[in-house]
Design a protein around this ligand. Sequence first.
Ligand code: ATP
Ligand code: MN
Length: 478
Amino acid sequence: MGPLQIKELLQQTPDGQSVTLKGWVRTKRESKNAIFIALNDGSTIHNIQAVAAPGQFSAELLLTVTTGSCLKITGQLVESQGSGQAVEVKIDDIFVYGTADVDSYPLQPKRHSLEFLREIAHLRPRTNTFSAILRIRHALAFAVHKYYNDRGFFYLHTPIITASDAEGAGEMFRVTTLDLDKLPRTDEGAINFKEDFFGREANLTVSGQLEGELGAMALSKIYTFGPTFRAENSNTTRHLAEFWMIEPEMAFFELEDNMDLAEDFIKTVITYALENCKDDLAFLENRLADEDKNKPQNERSIPLLEKLNFVVENAFERLTYTEAIDILLKSKPHKEKKFQYPVGWGIDLSSEHERYLVEKHFKKPVILTNYPREIKSFYMKLDDDGKTVRAMDVLFPGIGEIIGGSQREDNYEKLLERVHEVGIDPETIWWYLETRKFGTAPHSGFGLGFERLVLFVTGMGNIRDVIPFPRYPKSAEF
Ligand code: ATP
Ligand code: MN
């Protein structure tokens, strides 16, 4: 089934066996005694070195062997003469599938800025940095499925097109087949969505949770892992318009169980990456260290592997929102009026507050619970005091919120009251409300933004660099 990948070839014992390589040229170097071609097929961060004798191939052919060109090389796998690799290939023959014009191929063997690489997202997977990120992303996605499969969760496919806007009022992308130049109108002059494809307004989903809950009320433990869309115009390094979210939902889980699962889940998938992506993580760690060289000592980041191991080995700090507000009120930046936004019970914590708690005060991941009901979603279970809800946010250093979750309100009357309070028309989510009428049960769940996880594990600084083709305001080119 196809040729051996370079990753596999690099692990073979060299005894002159004949091999076939297929891949893209990273560099070609000609010296007096030999021609060296470094080939990469994306299976590993490492290139394989192929060597030809001077004069073995015509100058005409060698001119087409350029950085970025795609080759088939046949030859013998031998012990490497040079340092830096164990094996190399003594070339017998080269076939050029496609050359890459030297003057117009934008990727040269040097460091390009991440901003520039975003403009050539069709080619950036061919760089070391992006191929490493994409391999780690794959490993984490696999680890997510493995984690839930191993624990008796079922993968539930929740819809991407949704007609309920209960969750994301104002942040949703509309789905329509109406002719925007000739919108059908009602007698009152409003747009007549009865004539639209679904006979009603429809949008791209902001979360699979509501449907996920329906699944949990039958299968007990489910998870979703799918694309999610938010039309929020936040041009930050942590927001995308299209991202992937993992949303487990569990019957018979209370808030404590939910926190335990979230913490164990994150630690397990990071451990999987540590064990299975060693070369790529080492590459990214060096890359970060390289970038840090020019920074003053106190601004340098913790080495990537040390950071990941720290998260895996230490318990997350758990405290209530109320306790967090007390800490912030007593904090130096608050007393010295250094926070941009005011602190007080009832505020929606801004990222400067979250970062203070995580990066300065506790210096580790934090799980905040029991937020004021006013700043959280209608479906979260009310605490006995009537003021707070059983919410939990997991906050990570450098990232901020990585998980948002809660125990769900399972009491029909209380849920209906909240629905009215926040101004949702109960008719639009009658099916959601019915789960509380027919065999309701305590249940909990959360949402993890997959790209925020990849961001943390790769140590990258911008979420646009951890998804192959990012979607953000004014950008959907590739
Ligand atoms: P934030 O306050 O950071 O915008 P949120 O409160 O809107 O997050 P939730 O609605 O709770 O987030 O979504 C669950 C998770 O999805 C978040 O914890 C985060 O990891 C991820 N997430 C949310 N919005 C985005 C986005 N625009 N791009 C990427 N990931 C996101
Ligand atoms: Mn948001």
